[in-house]
Design a protein around this ligand. Structure first.
Ligand SMILES: [Fe+2]
Ligand SMILES: [Fe+2]
Length: 151
């Protein structure tokens, strides 16, 4: 494992707010995509995306709680959500977002542990496990292998 520099609580709040904006983005994407996805062969995955929406909302609550713990103020604006009428494009947008999210949280776990914030790293690890399930659901629906997440 790479050595991670210890960051300040203020810096951690800034990074967690980027994570929160990404969770809001995920909530919106899964709400909209699950309800607008067309095509008989996409109905099963549309049902999965609906479940993801609820899980992403829970992640947003967990991250907002951690931001408050560090005396920060949670952001209220999501990262931009891409839209398409095509189910395949929606799934690829979600897949890319999940890969970016997992990569960010892996870094965040290392940063939390370098700070000695094991409560935070525990919460992040639980979220990562669920994001990996989301990634797998999307890759399966697209008929591809799970993409490798870069460091
Ligand atoms: Fe999430
Ligand atoms: Fe996710």
């Amino acid at each position: 494992m790479k050595k991670t520099a210890k960051i300040t609580r203020k810096e951690m709040v800034k990074l967690l707010n980027e994570d929160l904006a990404r969770e809001f983005q995920a909530v919106i994407a899964y709400v909209v995509y699950s309800q607008t996805m067309k095509g008989a062969k996409f109905q099963a995955i549309a049902g999965e995306l609906k479940k993801h929406a609820g899980e992403e909302l829970n992640h947003a609550l967990l991250i907002a709680k951690q931001i408050d713990y560090f005396n920060g103020t949670p952001v209220t604006v999501p990262k931009p959500v891409k839209m398409s009428a095509k189910a395949g494009a929606m799934l690829r947008f979600d897949l890319q977002n999940e890969a970016d999210t997992i990569k960010a949280y892996r870094t965040r776990v290392r940063q939390a542990e370098a700070m000695g914030e094991y409560g935070l790293s525990e919460v992040l690890r639980q979220i990562i496990a669920q994001e990996q399930e989301h990634l797998t659901d999307l890759a399966d629906a697209l008929g591809i292998d799970n993409p490798k997440i870069g460091e």
